[in-house]
Design a protein around this ligand. Structure first.
Ligand SMILES: *Cc1c(COP(=O)(O)O)cnc(C)c1O
Length: 367
């Protein structure tokens, strides 16, 4: 059986360093808001290329805090519109609606699976205040035109970098391309903790201070509460583990790129379409999506041959029960089509070469 992802093996690769990091925190006896957070935040901000990094409870919270801070600081108001890809993980959309903002769903480009920049332009109204750009599957979704549209219409560019730690656009890392970015350290992500974790990166000091307070009950001074915040902090053990894994992130991403290069070079089946290939630095391959009209049948076939695959994502946000009132009769044909034809192949820094070969062989004889 070739599993979709073997987290145990990923952790095992750095077991000694991880064990000693955890041991250090356990022995120190200081478990929240301490040295480990300080160190990891400094290292991660430097890595992404921003002035500030604020650790928080998870990736969804990171995105929620960014928009909540815009509202607290009077930069945005409830009811403002935020453009977001329709084909994303639901957390991107929740971060907008949770803040009483209106999510405007925009269809993807079927070749890149990222936001269709022409459709972004059509979706801009006088109420549009922001674009939440999702680097889905590890691919950089930023384009020059999206940057220009943000400038022209004074839109706050926010990035959802939950799937793209280490990805670049030209000389810059994703997570430093807009005003602020939310990152998730969910265990399966390219930079994953051993539990939940998240962070915001930004160059904006006022935004950073506000977010740090919001994630700490709304307080920046002990027992003084400026905002009605929540408790959403990164714990010291996770920060210590993340600091270890950050040191190996580029190496792990290179291994993912090797797997993807093998897939791109060797998958040859007219029934299977691959997204257009990007230069390596622009894709850290959190996932490797392929497209197939007979997706369910292909998934079944691979399963019978011992290869586990997943679908990202089978039901788009606008078709979820929780959003029935928000988008009762919506029809987004490209997004709905992708939900029917997308299949994610196993990819990780620990996928063995004989397993990649087996997967390609099975795909190529499928008819
Ligand atoms: C994982 C993910 C999130 C949410 O992160 P959590 O840490 O699981 O809350 C947000 N957006 C995208 C695109 C994700 O893949």
């Amino acid at each position: 059986m070739i599993p979709f992802l073997l987290l145990k093996d990923i952790t095992a690769k750095y077991a000694d360093e991880i064990h000693s990091a955890v041991q250090r925190v356990v022995d120190r006896g200081w478990y929240l808001q301490g040295k480990e957070n300080e160190t990891f935040e400094r290292h991660y901000a430097d890595y992404i290329g921003t002035k500030y990094c604020i650790g928080c409870g998870n990736g969804l919270d990171a995105l929620i805090w960014i928009y909540r801070a815009y509202i607290e600081l009077g930069i945005m108001q409830r009811g403002d519109e935020v453009i977001v890809p329709a084909n994303t993980y639901i957390a991107s959309v929740l971060a907008i609606t949770e803040n009483g903002l209106k999510a405007v769903l925009v269809e993807p480009d079927p070749n890149t699976l990222g936001l269709d920049e022409n459709k972004v332009e059509e979706a801009i109204t006088p109420r549009t205040k922001s674009i939440l750009l999702v680097h889905l599957y590890g691919r950089c979704a930023f384009t020059e035109k999206i940057g220009e549209l943000c400038e022209k219409h004074h839109l706050h560019l926010v990035e959802d970098n939950a799937q793209a730690h280490g990805c670049r656009y030209k000389e810059k890392r994703t997570g430093s391309l807009g005003e602020a970015a939310g990152h998730s350290f969910y265990p399966g992500k390219n930079l994953g903790a051993l539990g939940d974790g998240g962070a915001v990166t930004t160059d904006d000091e006022e935004l950073a201070d506000c977010i740090r307070a919001l994630a700490n009950y709304g307080s920046s001074k002990k027992y003084v509460f400026k905002y009605c915040g929540r408790n959403s902090r990164l714990d010291e053990i996770q920060a210590a583990v993340l600091d270890v894994k950050l040191r190996h992130l580029d190496e792990d991403n290179r291994l993912r790129q090797q797997v993807s290069a093998f897939y791109y070079d060797n998958i040859k089946n007219p029934l299977v379409t691959l997204p257009t290939r990007l230069p390596d630095e622009n894709n850290v391959y959190h996932l490797f999506p392929i497209l197939c009209e007979r997706r369910d049948e292909l998934q079944q076939y691979l399963a019978e041959k011992g290869v586990q695959t997943l679908i990202h994502y089978p039901i788009p946000p606008h078709k979820q029960e929780c959003y029935y009132d928000e988008w009762p009769n919506s029809h987004l044909p490209m997004t709905e089509r992708l939900a029917k034809i997308e299949l994610s192949l196993p990819i990780s820094p620990v996928l063995r070469s004989e397993d990649m070969e087996r997967i390609v062989e099975l795909l190529n004889v499928y008819s």
